[in-house]
Design a protein around this ligand. Structure first.
Ligand code: ATP
Length: 232
């Protein structure tokens, strides 16, 4: 395939009177890790929820592998290779690890691969998911998305609420997913960390993209660092 795997054009999302996303455009090339960063309330979740079919856009167009998916519901997108890992993980605490993984793959196709990638999930396969640590629960949420063998994975704040060492592990896993050829769109408040992992970055403020470019350039841009990344 030529051209981007994901194209978002002039996306608009509203909740009643709140204009959460005001004409956002970005794209992701196949195999790239793209990040959308910005403060709390900037519109990051609204954008990826619109891409994954969980929120209906008020305007704009979303193309996945060249096909218009602007109004395609989430469950159909999962089958066509686009999967989201939601904010807050949303694993089912009383079900076992394996039962949670099965929810991501009706035909159980990729569960063995996920156990290969996350040995801790294989060890805990019969434990209720609610007994896992926060980091393990994030691995489970990512694993559940991977069992569907997506070509595009959307991650909403995967580092939220995790200890620094565990954040390193989660970013390690995200890097491996990208290295295996899966395109990643990562939404993060942890802007510096996300930009270090990314190929391209988009910085959002009040529902608009205010800076964009190769992630390394954004990290080296004083205006960006002062306004959005803060001191380390
Ligand atoms: P966060 O890191 O808090 O998730 P975000 O950058 O992902 O922030 P969004 O969650 O997309 O931002 O929110 C953008 C704006 O839309 C905010 O002003 C938020 O209060 C508002 N908003 C989000 N969801 C809803 C909703 N369901 N109803 C009303 N307003 C909403």
């Amino acid at each position: 395939m030529t051209g981007p795997i994901l194209t978002v054009e002039d996306l608009r999302v509203r909740y009643g009177r709140v204009e959460a996303v005001r004409g956002v455009s970005f794209d992701a090339a196949a195999g790239e890790l793209v990040t959308l960063v910005g403060a709390n309330g900037a519109g990051k979740s609204s954008i990826i929820n619109a891409v994954s079919g969980l929120v209906r856009p008020r305007g704009g167009r979303i193309l996945f592998e060249g096909r218009d998916i602007t109004r395609t519901p989430a469950h159909r997108l999962v089958r066509s290779g686009l999967v989201q890992v939601p904010e807050g993980r949303q694993i089912l605490a009383t079900l076992t690890v394996e039962e949670n993984l099965r929810l991501g793959a009706p035909r159980r196709a990729g569960i063995g691969e996920v156990y290969g990638r996350f040995p801790v999930l294989a060890e805990r396969r019969r434990s209720p998911a609610g007994t896992l640590s926060g980091g393990e629960q994030q691995m489970l949420a990512i694993g559940r998305a991977l069992v569907a063998r997506p070509r595009l994975i959307l991650l909403d704040e995967p580092s939220m609420g995790l200890a620094p060492r565990i954040v390193d592990e989660v970013f390690g896993v995200i890097g491996e997913i990208r290295s295996s050829g899966t395109t990643v769109v990562l939404v993060e408040q942890n802007a510096r960390r996300a930009l270090r992992a990314a190929d391209h970055g988009y910085i959002l403020a009040s529902g608009e993209i205010v800076h964009s470019g190769p992630a390394a350039e954004l990290l080296g841009d004083d205006r960006v660092v002062q306004a959005y990344l803060g001191v380390e």
